[in-house]
Design a protein around this ligand. Structure first.
Ligand SMILES: [Zn+2]
Length: 239
């Protein structure tokens, strides 16, 4: 039998054990990454709504200034009303009405803008609460992960030692190729042909002649679909 292939199969078996041993840690790590991403999005949202709040606040200040200006004019009109001749008074009264109406409209706007900025304050508040809740969850998941990795540490070290021993027996180009497929194919670099004649990795059909060639166990055969090394199923099953 082709020696490198035999050792590559052993390597795959070890890697599968390592993969299983660390799967829960990996799941937790993925969850942590998702939560970190969530925090980033919340932080971006925070910046956005605070900017919006500042714009509303500026609008509000403009209206408040306008109200003060109008009130000053109204005070002046009041003085005019007391001093001017009768003929002019009707005209001044009309102006006063107009100014008062404007002040009313501005005051309504100020109330609406105040409500809006208050609503945003609440939104910021709940945004921040969500962030700290997620941060807390991340810390607890990280602790869980630490405990798990402590538990599996010894076994993992043993498997890694075995793995290193086997790696030394495999010629470099084959090992490199194996590592490359491992990386891009989710931890499965070596697979077999199913009873239906399909690559068990990517489910493409393997021609009959190629299947026969694989059964000979004396060559390095790659699936054309996924690049995985194809071996006889017996090789993967035997201990
Ligand atoms: Zn395949």
């Amino acid at each position: 039998m082709f020696e490198d292939l035999k050792w590559l199969v052993e390597l795959q078996k070890l890697d599968s054990q390592i993969y299983r041993l660390t799967s829960e840690e990996r799941n937790i790590e993925n969850m942590i990454q998702r939560m970190k991403h969530e925090i980033e999005e919340l932080a971006i949202n925070r910046v956005k709504i605070i900017r919006k709040q500042r714009e509303l606040q500026e609008d509000k200040e403009i209206y408040q200034t306008d109200i003060l200006d109008h009130r000053r004019i109204l005070d002046q009109k009041q003085i005019d009303l007391n001093n001017d001749k009768k003929t002019k008074k009707e005209h001044i009264k009309r102006e006063v009405k107009k100014l008062e109406k404007a002040v009313e409209v501005f005051e309504d706007r100020v109330v609406a803008l105040t409500n809006e900025t208050n609503a945003i304050s609440q939104e910021v508040d709940s945004n921040d609460k969500s962030i700290s809740k997620i941060k807390k969850k991340i810390r607890s998941e990280e602790k869980k992960k630490q405990v798990l990795s402590k538990l599996s540490e010894n076994e993992l070290q043993k498997l890694i030692k075995k793995k290193q021993k086997i790696e030394k027996t495999i010629r470099k180009p084959f090992l490199n190729h194996y590592d490359r497929i491992m990386k891009i194919r989710n931890g499965i670099a070596i697979t077999f042909v199913t009873d239906e004649g399909l690559c068990n990795g990517c489910k493409i059909h393997i021609p009959y002649q190629f299947q026969q060639k694989i059964k000979l166990k004396d060559d390095y055969n790659n699936c054309e679909g996924c690049g995985r090394i194809l071996v006889d199923i017996e090789m993967l099953e035997s201990k």
